[in-house]
Design a binder for this molecule. Structure first.
Ligand code: MG
Length: 379
């Protein structure tokens, strides 16, 4: 018999580099070869294990080296020998122990929730208040500078039932972006095309560029300019008919309050790796909902473990209604760290009705992709 008040007696973390199958370009940087993630594992007195993932991207939300250090130096004293039932206070202390490191905080909360769910035989979404949806529409991002490779990907995802595409723009020419939108609209007319600049436009000509895109009837336009250019975001929002979505401009619940006041967006990308976990992600979605702003389930470069943490949040969060982009486990990684395929069929991610995150971890894969690790057991 397991109990929520069991103590956490071991904390392990691995910095892993997972090989990927293509180059990807974004407005703020490129990815090729591998992605970096950090996996944390917490073990309770009865030997039950909870897992969490941090997904840092240095140009966006931080580095894996900082994440591993956050676990090892700043979180460890607040985790070891604490009861799993103290989840909220552990997270409060972890948040205060080091600034930023939101991906590390997300991993810690994910592992605590996974462990809590396994000890109580409840899915994570039940710990968050209960399920409002069982499946989530999947969006796949198109970001290869070699467009012929992305055409093959588009054919594959279309035959798999995916009907949401997010086209990464602003890393080559405007003409290249327009040509790709035309291609998808012609070949996949029933697929919704979303646009994501990842801050790739300069404010001086962003209006002209974004208006061209808006004229092509895309379903939303994400983060055209740098995160700090809120006034420009507001001007672009006022000038376009497509919803303007904020991603890099809104990391935390505080940001969301200010963004709503400033009127910079119609929608927001909620990512547990930006805000520090599922609880903070739900706060962002709630603030957005109160302000009439829709939410989208964004992600970083992740394995199926972080995807499932995000999916559990969306399952329990009514306002994250614009689908999710948890495609890397199925379409981008050479090998995932889950023991079974990430649950995604017919263009829908499904949320398991099982304790904790509801997934099995392939611990051998974690060790085989690890380039650095820490391990601490209560003596
Ligand atoms: Mg984005």
């Amino acid at each position: 018999m397991h109990e929520l008040k069991e103590k956490i007696i071991a904390m392990d973390a691995w910095h892993c580099q997972l090989p990927v199958n293509a180059r990807r370009d974004h407005g703020i940087g490129s990815v090729l070869g591998t992605i970096d993630i950090v996996i944390i594992r917490l073990t309770s007195e009865s030997g039950v294990k909870g897992f969490g993932e941090a997904s840092p991207w240095p140009v966006f939300n931080g580095s894996a080296e900082a994440t591993l250090s956050a676990f090892n130096r700043y979180f460890k004293p607040h985790v070891l020998n604490k009861s799993v039932a103290e989840r909220a206070s552990i997270m409060r202390l972890a948040e205060k122990s080091v600034v930023h490191c939101f991906d590390a905080k997300a991993a810690l909360e994910t592992a605590l929730l996974d462990l809590s769910g396994k000890l109580t035989s409840l899915p994570v979404y039940e710990l968050l208040g209960g399920r409002v949806r069982e499946t989530i529409p999947l969006s796949v991002s198109i970001a290869n500078p070699d467009f012929d490779q992305d055409k093959a990907l588009a054919d594959r995802i279309h035959s798999d039932g995916v009907r949401l595409i997010k086209l990464k723009t602003g890393f080559k020419s405007h003409a290249f972006d327009l040509q790709r939108i035309e291609y998808f609209q012609k070949h996949f007319p029933e697929t919704a095309i979303r646009i994501d600049y990842n801050q790739g436009l300069e404010p001086v000509d962003a209006l002209r560029t974004v208006k061209d895109i808006d004229a092509m009837n895309v379903s939303f336009i994400e983060q055209p300019v740098a995160a700090k250019h809120w006034q420009c975001m507001r001007r672009l929002r006022d000038a376009t008919t497509a919803p303007l979505l904020a991603d890099e401009s809104v990391f935390t619940p505080d940001d969301m309050v200010k963004a709503a006041e400033a009127g910079i967006c119609d929608a927001v990308s909620v990512k547990i790796m930006k805000c520090g976990g599922l609880t903070r992600g739900r706060e962002i979605a709630s603030v957005a909902e109160a302000a009439g702003i829709a939410a989208y389930g964004g992600d970083m470069f992740e394995s199926g473990l972080a995807h499932m943490a995000g999916a559990q949040l969306i399952a329990a969060c009514q306002n994250i209604s614009l689908g999710c982009e948890f495609y890397q486990a199925k379409y981008y990684l050479n090998e995932d760290i889950l023991a079974q395929p990430f649950p995604c069929e017919n263009g829908l991610v499904s949320v398991p009705d099982k304790p904790g995150l509801g997934i099995e971890i392939n611990e051998d894969a974690i060790v085989s992709y690890s380039i650095n690790s820490i391990s601490q057991t209560v003596s």
